[in-house]
Write a protein that binds this ligand. Structure first.
Ligand SMILES: Nc1ncnc2c1ncn2[C@@H]1O[C@H](COP(=O)(O)OP(=O)(O)O)[C@@H](O)[C@H]1O
Ligand SMILES: [Mg+2]
Length: 341
């Protein structure tokens, strides 16, 4: 399969030898602080919206993501540079006046979209029904091209479904303006990607502060919180390093700290370990488990069995359809959650 995910390895290549879903951040991991779980530092001004103060994690029954018969048909083939994503879309629309200039998206040289072959478009999600509850750690697993990234883009309000309904935090998001979607995305969601997407000319600390530059929070406060988060992900001694001087695993830790800056309810991660060796990948997955133990819901896309096994629930996607949804771990309970509303 070629395309944007050409670097993916086929599912099943990874062995399951060390796929042990263990306790979150059980100390002793190199570079990872033992004082788990990772969650918002106790800074009153960064508390989540009223429904979910950090000191009072949401109940396990509250639905944060509800999809009903969601379909996605691509009617145009977009060049990669014009695809959903980009810093402005991720964090907000209007950086404040003194914000650093950010990479532009889409690229002004992007070729115009082509009509999809056949005129009718390519249906990549074919009727997704899915409920994810507060505090869950869900892996979306499927081979390359199965529609995982498309689904994650929809969940992240980076793209819109062709039909069906999506409720995020109890709110129907279908009618939101671009501006409203950006605001909701910036306050409720955090993103982590395979290629990290750090700003190369900014330090680790500045990268983590980035989502805050789209809010009204004072810079000193952002800096303080970014420092606290970098310390929590084990990078207290790398705050002033630029991405080029950090390892892949360290860059992904920076990206995770950045995703946590605005104390999101949900973290959406697309192949976050796709560029990492297996040991580093295991470290990053422990960090995700730790973040989840702090009360943040996690939806993590992977084609890798071993990575998926670190989650609590694994949803398998084939050709844009959910074919399996079950608890993860060595003794899965088949069918769990399938019948839940
Ligand atoms: N912008 C787009 N335009 C047309 N087709 C697309 C676009 N993005 C993805 N696709 C197609 O949708 C399918 C699913 O892609 P994707 O969601 O990226 O899969 P995955 O993340 O599981 O590898 C693929 O066949 C891909 O070619
Ligand atoms: Mg993908």
């Amino acid at each position: 399969m070629s395309g944007p995910n050409a670097s993916e390895r086929p599912a099943g290549e990874a062995t399951s030898a060390s796929a042990k879903p263990g306790p979150a951040l059980a100390g002793g991991q190199a570079g990872v602080p033992a004082n788990a779980p990772v969650s918002a530092p106790s800074d009153a001004s960064f508390h989540r919206p009223a429904t979910a103060a950090t000191s009072n994690p949401p109940t396990a029954t509250e639905a944060v993501i509800e999809l009903a018969d969601v379909r996605k048909v691509y009617r145009q083939i977009l060049a990669p540079a014009a695809r959903p994503g980009g810093f402005a879309r991720l964090f907000g629309r209007k950086p404040r006046a003194n914000a650093p200039s950010l990479p532009q998206s889409p690229d002004p040289n992007t070729p115009p979209p082509l009509e999809a072959p056949g005129g009718g478009g390519v249906e990549v999600l074919t009727g997704i029904d899915l409920t994810i509850r507060a505090g869950e750690f869900v892996a979306l697993q499927g081979t390359s091209g199965s529609g995982k990234s498309t689904l994650l883009h929809l969940l992240g309000l980076l793209d819109t479904p062709t039909s069906g309904t999506y409720r995020l935090l109890g709110r129907d998001v279908s009618g939101l303006s671009d501006e409203e979607a950006s605001a909701l995305r910036g306050s409720a969601l955090g993103f982590v990607f395979q290629s990290f997407y750090l700003v190369p000319y900014a330090t680790a600390l500045e990268n983590v502060m980035l989502p805050g530059l789209y809010t009204d929070r004072p810079e000193a406060e952002l800096r303080q919180r970014a420092r606290a988060l970098l310390a929590q992900v084990g990078l207290a001694d790398r705050m002033d390093f630029k991405p080029a001087n950090l390892s892949g695993g360290q860059q992904q830790r920076v990206a995770m700290a950045r995703a946590l800056l605005n104390a999101p309810r949900v973290i959406l991660a697309d192949e976050p370990t796709g560029q990492l060796d297996s040991a580093t990948s295991a470290e990053i997955m422990r960090l995700f488990a730790s973040v989840n133990a702090g009360g943040t819901t996690i939806v993590l896309v992977t084609h890798d069995e071993q990575v998926a096994a670190r989650a609590q629930r694994i949803i398998r996607i084939v050709d844009g359809r959910i074919v399996d949804d079950a608890a993860a771990g060595p003794t899965p309970a088949p069918g769990r959650d399938k019948t839940k509303p």
